[in-house]
Each structure stands twice: as structure tokens, then as C-alpha cells.
Design a protein around this ligand. Structure first.
Ligand code: SAM
Length: 243
């Protein structure tokens, strides 16, 4: 039987997933930042702040931000003086990011179109690898984790911020209703695109549990793997070290 992967709740071929995820982010690129604020009530800013605090970027380091989109993580990392490469498979998202960087007068970022599964960088190039709200969109997650491990230096650190499953009982049910019923409507209203936001919610549901994803990170060769849940695991920060 030929391989299938999940595109939200639908099973599709790997090529079709890559193409359809591409369409989603091409379609939402210009409204992406507005929608993040609207959907999370601004909370995504706090999650990203916490994420970058855990990464602890330092001047003199070289950091690869994968699936960097419109630059939210890279902008925060760059404040430390670290050299940051923002990479993403989708040129439309990076273009919005470049415009935002120019408006915010953030210099010194490198922008690079890259597929997380087949990075063009040499082995042992980076002190840290970050990926925020990106890994669930990748077609072959194990391949992306293997690439993360390859491009990190020994002693390099891996950090992933991603939606997961909240373990808080009442909150879980409320969030289910909110995300399945309201988010696609918000997408229609604010971004003129209900389907893309339906995919984004469905892709969250198909993502492995915090412990299962932690095991995948360990299987890629990382050690001292950790997970920090936020809002009971609605969002989680996974990390690990390459030794
Ligand atoms: N990191 C940004 C943030 O936190 O705001 C953007 C996250 S956005 C939800 C997901 C990003 O993953 C999109 O920009 C999309 O183009 C990118 N993406 C999807 N598949 C990818 C892949 N295989 N390799 C690299 N980036 C990918």
C-alpha cells in the first residue's frame, strides 16, 4: 500500500500534503499575524516570549529558526545579538517577514527558503535550532527531526513550540468547541479563508501527545529531552540536546 500522511483529518499522499500545506500558508500569509492575535487573544506573544527565554540565545551564537514564517521567533532571538537564519518552505511567508523586519528596523537576519526535511546547511552548523508552530505541518516529521540533529553542533540545543493536547478537563471541552466552531469562522471573517483555518485546527488534533512527541525527539538522537506544558498542554515546549 502506498504511504499516506494526515492533512488535518484527511489522509493524503505525502506530495499532496506538502502541496496543500503550501497553499494554506500562501493563502494566509498576508493575514497570518492578525489572525494569530485574534485566535489566541494575543497569548501567542507570551508563548513565544517564554519559548525564546528558554532558548537563551547569546551574542556570538548562530541559530536556525525553521518554519520561521513571518519572523516572530527570529525577531525575539535576534535581540540577544545572536546571528539568526530564518528559514521556511514558503516564500510568501518569508516575504511578509522581511517587510515586517524592515518596518521594525531589525537588521542582520538571513532569510532562506528551506524544507525542514532536507535542509541545505552543512552538518554541525548551529548552536541552536528552533521551530515554532511548524513541525505539525511538516510531511515527514522524523526526517525533519533527523535534519535538526544533523545541523546542530555537539552541545547544540533543539527547541520546539507547538500546540498539543490540554490535560485540564473543563478547559479541554471549551477549547474543543472554540477551536472547531469559532476558529474557522474567524478565519472566514478576518482572512477570508475558512478552509485553511479548519486545516490548522485539525492538524493540531492529529499531532501526537506530549509524551509521544518527546519520544520522537529522543529517537532522533537528542538527549535530556524535556517538555514544558502551558495551559495544561494546550501549547508545549519540547527541548533536547545533541551531544
Ligand atoms: N514560526 C512562525 C510563528 O511561530 O509564527 C510561523 C508558524 S506557521 C503556523 C507554520 C510555518 O511552517 C509556515 O510558515 C509554513 O510555510 C511552514 N512550513 C510548513 N511546512 C514546512 C516545511 N516542510 N519546512 C519548512 N517550513 C514549513
Amino acid at each position: 500500500m502506498s504511504e499516506t500522511v494526515s492533512f488535518g483529518y484527511t489522509e493524503v499522499s505525502p506530495d499532496e500534503k506538502t502541496a496543500r500545506v503550501g497553499e494554506v500558508f500562501r493563502s494566509v500569509a498576508s493575514r497570518y499575524d492578525l489572525m494569530n492575535d485574534a485566535m489566541s487573544g494575543g497569548l501567542h506573544r507570551l508563548w513565544k516570549d517564554r519559548f525564546v527565554r528558554l532558548v537563551k540565545p547569546r551574542a556570538g551564537e548562530t541559530i536556525l529558526d525553521v518554519a520561521g514564517g513571518t519572523g516572530d521567533i527570529a525577531f525575539r532571538l535576534a535581540k540577544s545579538g545572536a546571528k539568526v537564519i530564518v528559514s521556511d518552505i514558503n516564500p510568501a511567508m518569508l516575504e511578509v517577514g522581511k517587510e515586517r523586519a524592515a518596518k521594525k528596523r531589525i537588521d542582520g537576519l538571513d532569510w532562506s527558503v528551506q524544507n525542514a526535511e532536507t535542509l541545505s546547511f552543512d552538518a554541525k552548523s548551529f548552536d541552536a535550532y528552533t521551530i515554532a508552530f511548524g513541525i505539525r505541518n511538516v510531511t515527514h516529521r522524523a526526517q525533519a527531526l533527523a535534519e535538526a540533529h544533523r545541523v546542530l553542533k555537539r552541545g547544540g540545543r533543539f527547541f520546539c513550540l507547538e500546540f498539543s493536547t490540554t490535560l485540564w478537563p473543563g478547559f479541554k471541552e471549551a477549547y474543543d468547541v472554540y477551536s472547531h466552531k469559532l476558529v474557522p469562522k474567524l478565519g472566514k471573517l478576518l482572512a477570508g479563508d475558512e478552509e485553511s483555518y479548519r486545516y490548522l485546527i485539525e492538524s493540531i488534533r492529529r499531532f501526537p501527545t506530549m509524551d509521544a512527541f518527546k519520544a520522537e525527539i529522543a529517537a532522533a538522537g537528542f538527549v535530556q529531552t524535556r517538555v514544558e506544558p502551558m495551559l495544561g498542554g494546550l501549547v508545549a515546549i519540547h527541548s533536547g540536546w545533541k551531544i
